[in-house]
Design a binder for this molecule. Sequence first.
Ligand code: CA
Length: 228
Amino acid sequence: MVVEDERKLRDVVASYLERAGYRPLQAAGGAEAWNLLTRQPVDLVILDLLLPDMAGEELCRRIRAHMSIPILMLTAKSGEMDRVNGLSLGADDYLTKPFSPRELVARVRAILRRVSTDELLADTVTFRDGELVIDDGRKEVYRSGKRIPLTPFEYRLLLTLARRPDRPFTREELIARIGGFDYEGDERTIDQHVKNLRQKIEPDPKKPTYVVTVFGVGYKFAPDRPGE
Ligand code: CA
Protein backbone atom coordinates (compact mmCIF):
# COMPACT_ATOMS: atom_id res chain seq x y z
CA MET A 1 0.00 0.00 0.00
CA VAL A 2 1.34 3.36 -1.04
CA VAL A 3 0.43 6.12 1.42
CA GLU A 4 1.28 9.46 -0.14
CA ASP A 5 -0.81 12.58 -0.63
CA GLU A 6 1.13 13.76 -3.66
CA ARG A 7 -0.84 12.13 -6.42
CA LYS A 8 1.84 12.24 -9.08
CA LEU A 9 4.43 10.58 -6.87
CA ARG A 10 1.90 8.03 -5.65
CA ASP A 11 1.02 7.09 -9.22
CA VAL A 12 4.66 6.77 -10.25
CA VAL A 13 5.48 4.54 -7.28
CA ALA A 14 2.35 2.44 -7.83
CA SER A 15 3.06 1.94 -11.51
CA TYR A 16 6.64 0.86 -10.84
CA LEU A 17 5.39 -1.61 -8.26
CA GLU A 18 2.82 -2.92 -10.71
CA ARG A 19 5.47 -3.44 -13.34
CA ALA A 20 7.49 -5.37 -10.74
CA GLY A 21 4.53 -7.70 -10.26
CA TYR A 22 2.94 -6.25 -7.12
CA ARG A 23 -0.65 -5.14 -6.66
CA PRO A 24 -0.40 -1.77 -4.94
CA LEU A 25 -3.27 -0.17 -3.08
CA GLN A 26 -3.18 3.60 -2.83
CA ALA A 27 -4.11 5.93 0.00
CA ALA A 28 -3.92 9.73 -0.09
CA GLY A 29 -3.85 10.17 3.67
CA GLY A 30 -3.52 8.53 7.06
CA ALA A 31 -7.22 7.98 7.69
CA GLU A 32 -7.77 6.39 4.31
CA ALA A 33 -4.70 4.19 4.83
CA TRP A 34 -5.88 3.04 8.25
CA ASN A 35 -9.32 2.32 6.88
CA LEU A 36 -7.86 0.11 4.14
CA LEU A 37 -5.51 -1.61 6.56
CA THR A 38 -8.34 -2.65 8.83
CA ARG A 39 -10.36 -4.04 5.92
CA GLN A 40 -7.93 -6.10 3.92
CA PRO A 41 -4.61 -7.88 4.13
CA VAL A 42 -1.65 -5.68 3.22
CA ASP A 43 1.87 -7.08 2.81
CA LEU A 44 3.83 -3.86 3.13
CA VAL A 45 3.19 -0.17 3.69
CA ILE A 46 5.13 2.56 1.91
CA LEU A 47 4.49 5.49 4.15
CA ASP A 48 5.15 9.16 3.46
CA LEU A 49 6.02 11.07 6.60
CA LEU A 50 4.24 14.27 5.60
CA LEU A 51 0.53 13.61 5.20
CA PRO A 52 -2.24 16.22 5.29
CA ASP A 53 -4.49 14.61 7.88
CA MET A 54 -2.15 12.68 10.14
CA ALA A 55 1.58 12.64 10.76
CA GLY A 56 3.22 9.64 9.11
CA GLU A 57 4.89 8.95 12.45
CA GLU A 58 1.50 8.67 14.10
CA LEU A 59 0.24 6.19 11.51
CA CYS A 60 3.48 4.25 11.81
CA ARG A 61 3.02 4.01 15.58
CA ARG A 62 -0.57 2.94 15.17
CA ILE A 63 0.31 0.22 12.66
CA ARG A 64 3.13 -0.99 14.90
CA ALA A 65 0.93 -1.20 17.94
CA HIS A 66 -1.60 -3.44 16.20
CA MET A 67 -0.02 -5.14 13.21
CA SER A 68 3.25 -6.65 12.10
CA ILE A 69 3.15 -5.28 8.55
CA PRO A 70 6.57 -4.09 7.36
CA ILE A 71 6.87 -0.35 6.76
CA LEU A 72 9.10 1.50 4.32
CA MET A 73 9.14 5.16 5.28
CA LEU A 74 9.49 8.03 2.84
CA THR A 75 10.69 11.38 3.97
CA ALA A 76 11.84 14.71 2.63
CA LYS A 77 14.20 15.06 5.55
CA SER A 78 17.61 13.47 5.44
CA GLY A 79 20.23 12.93 8.04
CA GLU A 80 21.16 10.40 10.63
CA MET A 81 18.76 11.76 13.26
CA ASP A 82 15.75 11.24 11.03
CA ARG A 83 16.91 7.79 10.21
CA VAL A 84 17.14 6.89 13.85
CA ASN A 85 13.74 8.43 14.49
CA GLY A 86 12.18 6.53 11.63
CA LEU A 87 13.64 3.25 12.77
CA SER A 88 12.76 3.91 16.38
CA LEU A 89 9.15 4.26 15.28
CA GLY A 90 9.39 0.76 13.94
CA ALA A 91 9.89 1.36 10.24
CA ASP A 92 11.76 -1.49 8.55
CA ASP A 93 13.54 0.75 6.13
CA TYR A 94 13.80 4.36 5.17
CA LEU A 95 14.10 6.27 1.89
CA THR A 96 14.83 9.97 1.53
CA LYS A 97 13.17 12.04 -1.18
CA PRO A 98 13.99 12.43 -3.97
CA PHE A 99 14.54 8.72 -4.58
CA SER A 100 14.61 6.61 -7.69
CA PRO A 101 11.52 4.42 -8.13
CA ARG A 102 13.82 1.56 -9.06
CA GLU A 103 15.59 1.91 -5.73
CA LEU A 104 12.23 1.89 -3.99
CA VAL A 105 11.18 -1.30 -5.75
CA ALA A 106 14.51 -2.89 -4.81
CA ARG A 107 13.94 -1.97 -1.15
CA VAL A 108 10.41 -3.32 -1.23
CA ARG A 109 11.65 -6.56 -2.71
CA ALA A 110 14.38 -6.84 -0.06
CA ILE A 111 11.96 -6.24 2.82
CA LEU A 112 9.42 -8.73 1.52
CA ARG A 113 12.11 -11.33 0.96
CA ARG A 114 13.31 -10.86 4.52
CA VAL A 115 9.79 -11.13 5.91
CA SER A 116 8.91 -14.23 3.92
CA THR A 117 12.14 -15.89 5.05
CA ASP A 118 11.13 -15.12 8.61
CA GLU A 119 7.73 -16.64 8.09
CA LEU A 120 9.29 -19.69 6.58
CA LEU A 121 11.25 -20.18 9.75
CA ALA A 122 10.38 -23.69 10.68
CA ASP A 123 9.32 -24.61 14.17
CA THR A 124 12.97 -24.90 15.06
CA VAL A 125 15.42 -22.08 14.46
CA THR A 126 19.12 -22.58 14.93
CA PHE A 127 21.80 -19.94 15.28
CA ARG A 128 25.59 -20.01 15.25
CA ASP A 129 26.07 -23.65 14.30
CA GLY A 130 23.59 -24.85 16.85
CA GLU A 131 24.84 -22.84 19.80
CA LEU A 132 21.36 -21.40 20.25
CA VAL A 133 18.24 -23.33 19.26
CA ILE A 134 14.67 -22.09 19.54
CA ASP A 135 12.12 -24.86 19.23
CA ASP A 136 8.84 -23.05 18.77
CA GLY A 137 6.90 -26.29 18.48
CA ARG A 138 7.83 -27.20 22.03
CA LYS A 139 8.39 -23.60 23.19
CA GLU A 140 11.84 -24.54 24.35
CA VAL A 141 15.24 -22.94 24.01
CA TYR A 142 18.58 -24.74 24.04
CA ARG A 143 22.07 -23.40 24.39
CA SER A 144 24.90 -25.72 23.38
CA GLY A 145 22.49 -28.62 23.61
CA LYS A 146 21.26 -27.79 27.09
CA ARG A 147 17.67 -26.74 27.68
CA ILE A 148 17.33 -23.28 29.17
CA PRO A 149 14.23 -22.56 31.24
CA LEU A 150 12.71 -19.23 30.22
CA THR A 151 9.63 -17.49 31.54
CA PRO A 152 6.81 -17.15 28.97
CA PHE A 153 7.59 -13.44 28.65
CA GLU A 154 11.30 -14.08 28.10
CA TYR A 155 10.47 -16.72 25.54
CA ARG A 156 8.18 -14.41 23.58
CA LEU A 157 10.74 -11.62 23.84
CA LEU A 158 13.47 -13.84 22.40
CA LEU A 159 11.23 -15.24 19.68
CA THR A 160 9.97 -11.79 18.65
CA LEU A 161 13.51 -10.48 18.30
CA ALA A 162 14.94 -13.62 16.70
CA ARG A 163 12.24 -13.85 14.06
CA ARG A 164 13.41 -10.53 12.66
CA PRO A 165 17.18 -10.73 12.99
CA ASP A 166 19.05 -7.43 12.89
CA ARG A 167 15.87 -5.37 12.99
CA PRO A 168 15.82 -2.93 15.90
CA PHE A 169 12.71 -2.94 18.08
CA THR A 170 11.70 -0.15 20.43
CA ARG A 171 10.60 -1.00 23.96
CA GLU A 172 7.12 0.26 23.17
CA GLU A 173 6.94 -2.03 20.19
CA LEU A 174 8.16 -5.02 22.17
CA ILE A 175 5.52 -4.42 24.80
CA ALA A 176 2.84 -4.15 22.13
CA ARG A 177 3.96 -7.38 20.49
CA ILE A 178 4.77 -9.47 23.51
CA GLY A 179 2.62 -8.22 26.29
CA GLY A 180 -0.48 -7.65 24.27
CA PHE A 181 -2.91 -4.92 25.06
CA ASP A 182 -3.39 -5.85 28.69
CA TYR A 183 0.26 -5.66 29.61
CA GLU A 184 0.60 -3.08 32.34
CA GLY A 185 4.36 -2.86 32.39
CA ASP A 186 6.48 0.22 32.14
CA GLU A 187 8.75 0.38 29.10
CA ARG A 188 11.71 0.02 31.41
CA THR A 189 10.48 -3.37 32.61
CA ILE A 190 11.52 -4.56 29.14
CA ASP A 191 15.07 -3.73 30.18
CA GLN A 192 14.75 -6.02 33.17
CA HIS A 193 13.39 -8.85 31.03
CA VAL A 194 16.24 -8.34 28.57
CA LYS A 195 18.72 -8.46 31.44
CA ASN A 196 17.22 -11.72 32.72
CA LEU A 197 17.13 -13.20 29.24
CA ARG A 198 20.78 -12.32 28.69
CA GLN A 199 21.73 -14.05 31.94
CA LYS A 200 20.22 -17.21 30.54
CA ILE A 201 21.19 -17.25 26.87
CA GLU A 202 24.33 -15.17 26.48
CA PRO A 203 27.71 -16.91 26.73
CA ASP A 204 28.85 -13.77 28.55
CA PRO A 205 25.85 -11.76 29.84
CA LYS A 206 28.10 -8.76 30.50
CA LYS A 207 29.02 -8.64 26.83
CA PRO A 208 25.81 -9.67 25.11
CA THR A 209 26.13 -10.77 21.52
CA TYR A 210 22.65 -12.18 20.84
CA VAL A 211 20.30 -9.59 22.30
CA VAL A 212 22.15 -6.37 21.67
CA THR A 213 21.33 -2.79 22.58
CA VAL A 214 20.66 -0.39 19.73
CA PHE A 215 21.41 3.01 21.20
CA GLY A 216 18.57 5.49 20.95
CA VAL A 217 16.22 2.78 19.70
CA GLY A 218 15.97 -0.36 21.78
CA TYR A 219 17.09 -3.91 21.12
CA LYS A 220 17.77 -6.26 18.27
CA PHE A 221 18.74 -9.88 17.81
CA ALA A 222 22.14 -10.48 16.21
CA PRO A 223 22.10 -13.85 14.43
CA ASP A 224 25.83 -14.01 13.71
CA ARG A 225 28.83 -14.21 15.94
CA PRO A 226 30.48 -10.79 16.31
CA GLY A 227 32.96 -10.30 13.51
CA GLU A 228 31.20 -12.72 11.18
CA1 CA B 1 3.50 14.10 1.42
